[in-house]
Structure formats: structure tokens, C-alpha cells
Ligand binder design. Structure first.
Ligand code: G3D
Ligand code: MG
Length: 206
């Protein structure tokens, strides 16, 4: 018999403009979703119910994803930035493998996420998944970011943080790796907040 847990997770999708944040959300949300566009807060906001199965634990997880997707107006957005991040349990930090400068911005985005997430003006190092998007363009550009760069940066973060930061490559265009990115994000959240241990206990007790 499998077990079921339910949880709601607020996630921020961050990274430079045009790396594919909105496309990744849309690709992930293909089944059922509600979409409320809030121009005044400079972000798109989606709620998506995702019923998934974690093979390792024989557990069904019923997730309510609350996705905050930063819209284009970078400058206008500066003042309300803290509200966007506040309370996020995790982040998808996205770059475009066909534009190396978007990879170099990653530390700035991570810092901004950690700085604003607690709402108490202090750094709180919460979980994230690093996403290299647009891998369908890898053969088409000359100076693409190789997979090793993404992997090695995620490994560096993992070592310094003491919790795993996965690296996933995606193509929002073709749907490659998108579900995997969200599954890794889910496991990262379960591990970081101690829910994985509780789940293992529940499964073992049965
Ligand atoms: P953003 O939300 O991060 O700003 P968008 O990015 O999702 O709006 O995407 C920016 C552009 O990149 C769009 O181009 C989109 O179609 C394209 N794009 C997003 N993901 C992929 C991908 O995986 N592969 C490729 N080849 N293109 C992608 P347009 O020209 O449609 O505005
Ligand atoms: Mg967008």
C-alpha cells in the first residue's frame, strides 16, 4: 500500500530576462492550472496541483505548487522585490545555456533570494535547484555553457551549504527535463525541511 502526503510549496523562479522562466512554468503547468496575472506586483503567479509518486519511498505526494515567476519590469520591480521572495520554500534558479552571461548572474540571483526570503533582513540559505535551460540550442551556438559548468557550480554550492543543490538541464521548448527539475525541487524541499525523515519513519513503521 502506498501512502499519501499533502503539502503546499511556494517557489520563486528567478534568473536573468529571457532565460525561459515563464516558458518553463507554462511547460510544467500543461495539465491543470489557474493563472492570475498581477501586473501591479510585477510577477506572474500560478497555482498548480501536482500529484506525484516518489518511487524510493513508495509515497504519493500531493503538492500544491505556488509558483512566483518574476516578470520583465526589473527596475519597477525593485521596491516590491522582498514581498516576491518572502516565504518561498525553494527556488528554481534558471540560466540560458546559449548565453554564458546569464550563467555568470546566478550568484547574484541566489544572494537576492536568500537575502529576502525570511522577511527579517537576514540571509537564510534555503534550497534551490539550478536549471540550465534551452539545451536544444547547444549545438546551434558556438559558446554555449557546457554541462560541466552547471554541475560543478551545483557541487560547489552543495559542499559549502551542507545540503544538496541539484543541477538539471532543460528545454522548455521540447519539454526535456522539466518534470525532473520539479521532482528534484520537491525532494530538495522534503529533505531540507526534514519531511523526508518523517516520511521514511512513517513508511518503516507500517
Ligand atoms: P523569461 O520568462 O525568463 O523572461 P521566456 O523567458 O519564457 O519569456 O522566454 C524567453 C525567450 O526564450 C522566448 O523567445 C522563448 O520562446 C524562448 N525560450 C524559452 N525556453 C526555451 C527553450 O527551451 N529553447 C528555446 N530554443 N527557446 C526557449 P521568444 O522569441 O518566443 O520571445
Ligand atoms: Mg517571464
Amino acid at each position: 500500500m502506498s501512502h499519501e502526503i499533502k503539502l503546499a510549496i511556494k517557489v520563486v523562479i528567478i534568473g536573468d530576462g529571457a532565460v525561459g522562466k515563464t516558458s518553463l512554468c507554462r511547460r510544467f503547468l500543461w495539465k491543470t492550472f489557474t493563472h492570475g496575472y498581477k501586473q501591479t506586483i510585477g510577477a506572474d503567479f500560478y497555482v498548480y496541483l501536482w500529484d506525484t509518486y516518489l518511487e524510493e519511498l513508495n509515497v504519493r505526494v500531493d503538492v500544491k505548487w505556488i509558483l512566483y515567476d518574476l516578470a520583465g519590469q526589473f527596475v519597477t520591480f525593485q521596491e516590491i522585490r522582498p514581498q516576491f521572495y518572502m516565504g518561498a520554500r525553494a527556488a528554481l534558479v534558471v540560466f540560458d545555456i546559449s548565453r554564458p552571461e546569464t550563467f555568470r548572474s546566478i550568484p547574484i540571483w541566489i544572494y537576492e533570494y536568500w537575502k529576502n526570503v525570511s522577511g527579517r533582513n537576514m540571509i537564510e540559505k534555503r534550497p534551490l535547484v539550478l536549471v540550465g535551460n534551452k539545451i536544444d540550442l547547444r549545438e546551434k551556438v558556438t559558446n554555449s555553457v557546457p554541462p560541466e559548468w552547471g554541475k560543478s557550480y551545483a557541487e560547489k554550492l552543495t559542499k559549502s551549504l551542507g545540503f544538496e543543490v541539484p543541477y538539471v538541464e532543460t528545454s522548455a521548448l521540447y519539454g526535456w527535463g522539466v518534470n525532473e527539475a520539479f521532482k528534484k525541487l520537491l525532494v530538495a524541499v522534503l529533505k531540507y525541511y526534514g519531511l523526508m525523515d518523517r516520511l521514511i519513519k512513517i513508511v518503516e513503521e507500517k
